[in-house]
Design a protein around this ligand. Structure first.
Ligand code: C2E
Ligand code: CA
Ligand code: CA
Ligand code: CA
Length: 275
């Protein structure tokens, strides 16, 4: 806090500029990251609650910089959004994930890959055409691609956004709602939009066995989703207690460290092969 004290303000200023310096540094490094091949995808399996088998996985981007080390997507994705770099980076992510899904399909293990979409990607240009192009490029059946959108994206009921969603759905691409419950209070979009999967945010899963409010929310969200014929994925599942609660309440899929961390494609392949 800026309490007016001389030292307080000085520290405040020094802090801010250290932060801005890092931001500038990251921004200039991010510009060349794609070309230098510093980005990679890891995949986190989503397990069927009943059988424990892998039903899908989420692609998560990683940035490995020579001097900066591993930079978290929580830090560089917002920066990529501010600078517009999210467009080429997002397209690379889509392409790489689709190539991977096709590789697994050809090898006899078709598994759906979920890709996170930023709002900027969703609203820029002709996303449905971009996705169609990438699917065709890799001969990937559209059912093997899932796009994770946040409530914020789904709430903007622009005619164009609705059209984009409709076209993706008509193509056969799956749409899921990421971080469900953290964004908006209105649920009306659930009945208007072509969505197949709802992902319960990890903040509701974390305290499931100690917090009755979180238990109530998770139970209600699963019931709501099922009554609308949506599948439910619980995120951030780390403990047996969470797993048992989610299984007993008929959640469909689990994603979290309990089952697997996000790992290189090869490790997902080995897990699938061992099933
Ligand atoms: P998200 O989409 O909600 O992704 C889930 C995050 O939870 C991931 O963090 C994942 O590693 C982490 N996680 C998974 N299981 C557990 C668990 O059991 N416990 C805990 N505590 N965490 C778990 P990550 O990979 O650092 O990504 C952070 C955020 O960055 C993502 O949140 C997403 O918003 C964004 N992001 C990541 N990859 C991409 C991408 O390819 N494109 C876009 N647009 N955003 C991405
Ligand atoms: Ca996600
Ligand atoms: Ca999420
Ligand atoms: Ca709570």
């Amino acid at each position: 806090a800026k309490d007016g004290g001389r030292n307080g303000s000085r520290f405040f200023t020094v802090d801010m500029s250290a932060e801005s310096r890092r931001k500038l540094r990251l921004e200039s490094a991010l510009r060349g990251a794609l070309e230098r091949g510093e980005l990679l995808l890891v995949y986190q399996p989503q397990a069927d609650v009943v059988t424990g088998r892998i039903r899908g996985c989420e692609a998560l981007v990683r940035w490995k910089h020579a001097e900066l080390g591993m930079v978290s997507p929580a830090e560089f994705i917002p920066l990529a959004e501010e600078t517009g770099l999210i467009l080429p980076i997002g397209e690379w992510i889509l392409r790489t994930a689709c190539a991977q899904a096709r590789e697994w399909e050809l090898a006899g293990q078709p598994v759906r890959i979920a890709v996170n979409l930023s709002a900027i990607q969703f609203h820029h240009g002709d996303l449905a055409a971009t996705v169609a192009g990438i699917l065709a490029e890799h001969s990937l059946p559209p059912e093997l691609l899932e796009l994770e959108l946040t409530e914020g994206i789904l709430m903007t009921d622009s005619a164009r956004g609705m059209e984009t969603l409709g076209r993706l759905h008509d193509m056969g691409v799956q749409i899921s709602i990421d971080d469900f419950g953290t964004g908006y209070s209105s649920l009306s979009y659930l009945k208007r939009l072509p969505i197949q999967v709802l992902k319960i945010d990890q903040s509701f899963v974390r305290d499931i066995h100690t917090d009755p409010d979180d238990r109530a929310i998770v139970t209600a969200v699963i019931a709501l989703a099922h009554s609308m014929k949506l599948k439910v994925v619980a995120e951030g599942v780390e403990t047996d207690e969470q797993y048992i609660f989610l299984r007993d309440h008929r959640c469909d899929m689990l994603q979290g460290y309990l089952f697997s961390r996000p790992v290189p494609a090869q490790e997902v392949w080995e897990m699938m092969a061992a099933e």
